[in-house]
Design a protein around this ligand. Structure first.
Ligand SMILES: NC(=O)c1ccc[n+]([C@@H]2O[C@H](COP(=O)([O-])OP(=O)(O)OC[C@H]3O[C@@H](n4cnc5c(N)ncnc54)[C@H](O)[C@@H]3O)[C@@H](O)[C@H]2O)c1
Ligand SMILES: N[C@H](CO)Cc1c[nH]c[nH+]1
Ligand SMILES: [Zn+2]
Length: 428
């Protein structure tokens, strides 16, 4: 991995350049064409794209319930138990995110409040290009169910020998209502606009590759989206107390997701930097997804050696990684120094894959620097809020002057008269 030894000022410029969200115009245009074609031609366009991108000619997109039940029945006990453990922990964590709304009756004659309503129908995208993601089904569908969503529609790319059995079983465990085997930008377009067979949804959530993430950005406005959850990222802050072999393993855990994944180490220890770089090269040799991981670390990964721990945090806040591991002595004490990260892993035993599978917090997280303004997927993503007010006659009378003054200051006479009507024309 490339090792930088620059000043903080210089390093911030380098990081800004390396992590800049360059809009790839070619991908933007390709995705725009796909979205428009699916919007106009529905299922016919979907079939063409599935044949073109996934090499599969489909008669029908919907996966029959019998197939899902069969997959569940045939699941090995080991996998079933692991999924159930993950489910239990995801539920117990996400239950804490539930919002009840509020009602304020502190002022006599005035009731104000906010009511929380689940979305009616949501679409969850479950990636399936180069790996299968049963864990992502739990991470997306369970919070939706906890929020009270009526219908959870899942899409995932078709596979030559049928959709991965664990994916189907996980969908049953998570309570998904329907599964359609479609993927990529075309699946996002289908969920946004609806086709003859795919129902349009109110919101699309879930991670995916660059085509999926770009399509989600393009359909935003027609539907809601959760965030830009694109190619995975890991940032690690480590000092000399950390073990190079563990840091290398954690970096590769995310690099193996995608050639566009990003793995970054920031340390204050030159020796550690070199040891981790050597370990990454060594561990890559035996990795089944070596080609993907190698391209990721070589083209998009780097190590930065800084002067001090505060400098390390300052630089990592510029990176704003999806996952941030703090592999420093006494890690918990640094939580307050972290401003920008999707999810933080503190201490030696909080290795990133713990969060991917069973810890409970969501693994669908903002990428590409969007952790500066986005949050992990959560129960709050599956609800909307509505405010409400109720005033007594006296309370409205008390505010009459302020309302009519502001309305007329804005040149909106009808606003003022609507309020005055309550007092001028009581007999009507
Ligand atoms: N940020 C998160 O929370 C999070 C969580 C899990 C996974 N991920 C990321 O999800 C991604 C999964 O990617 P994947 O590729 O395995 O699966 P994917 O399902 O996201 O993408 C596969 C689809 O991409 C489309 N596609 C492929 N090449 C194309 C092309 N040239 N033109 C147009 N469309 C094309 C195809 O339709 C294919 O079905 C990875 O980047 C991984 O890092 C992110
Ligand atoms: N690390 C991914 C989020 O970037 C989530 C995941 C699912 N399976 C394995 N990993
Ligand atoms: Zn992962």
């Amino acid at each position: 991995m490339k090792i930088y030894r620059e000043s903080l000022t210089e390093m911030k410029k380098i990081v800004a350049r390396l992590t800049e969200q360059t809009t790839d115009l070619e991908i933007e245009q390709r995705v725009a064409d796909i979205v428009e074609n699916v919007r106009k031609n529905g299922d016919a366009a979907l079939k063409d794209y599935e044949q073109k991108f996934d090499g599969i000619l489909l008669d029908t997109f919907k996966v029959p319930t019998t197939k899902i039940d069969e997959a569940y029945d045939e699941l090995s006990n080991d996998i079933k138990d692991s999924l159930l453990l993950a489910k239990k922990n995801i539920i117990s964590y996400h239950e804490l995110e539930k919002e009840q709304g509020f009602i304020d009756t502190n002022t006599p004659g005035i009731i104000r409040g906010q009511k929380v309503t689940p979305l009616e129908r949501v679409g969850i995208y479950v990636p399936g290009g180069t790996a299968a993601y049963p864990s992502t089904i739990l991470m997306t569908a369970l919070p939706a169910k906890i929020a009270g969503v009526d219908e959870v529609i899942m899409v995932t790319p078709p596979q030559k020998d049928g959709i991965n059995q664990t994916v189907l079983a996980a969908a049953k465990i998570a309570g998904v209502d329907a599964i359609y085997q479609i993927g990529g930008a075309q699946a996002i377009a289908a969920l946004a606009y609806g086709t003859e067979t795919i129902p349009a949804v109110n919101k699309i959530v879930g991670p995916g590759n660059i085509y999926v993430a770009t399509a989600k950005k393009q359909v935003f406005g027609k539907v809601a989206i959760d965030m830009v959850a694109g190619p995975s990222e890991i940032g690690i802050l480590a000092d000399k107390s950390a073990r190079p072999s563990e840091l290398a393993a954690d970096l590769l855990s995310q690099a193996e997701h995608d050639v566009r994944a990003r793995a970054i180490l920031i340390t204050d220890d030159e020796q550690l930097a070199q040891a981790v770089s050597g370990e990454v090269t060594k561990q890559l040799e035996t990795l089944p997804r070596k080609d993907i991981a190698m391209q990721s670390v070589n083209e998009r990964g780097f190590i930065a050696v800084m002067e001090s721990i505060p400098e390390m945090f300052e630089l990592m806040n510029v990176v704003a990684p999806e996952h941030l591991e703090v592999q420093l002595e006494d890690a918990m004490k640094y939580l307050s120094l972290i401003r920008n990260a999707g999810s933080v892993f503190l201490g030696r035993y909080a290795s990133e894959p713990l969060g991917d599978y069973v810890a409970g917090p969501n693994h669908v997280l903002p990428t590409g620097g969007t952790a500066k303004f986005s949050s992990p997927l959560g129960v709050y993503d599956f609800v909307k809020k509505t405010s409400f007010i109720n005033f007594s006659e006296k309370s409205l009378a008390d505010d009459l002057k302020a309302i009519t003054t502001l309305a007329r200051a804005e040149g909106l006479e009808a606003h003022a008269r609507a309020i005055e009507a309550r007092f001028n024309q009581k007999e009507n």
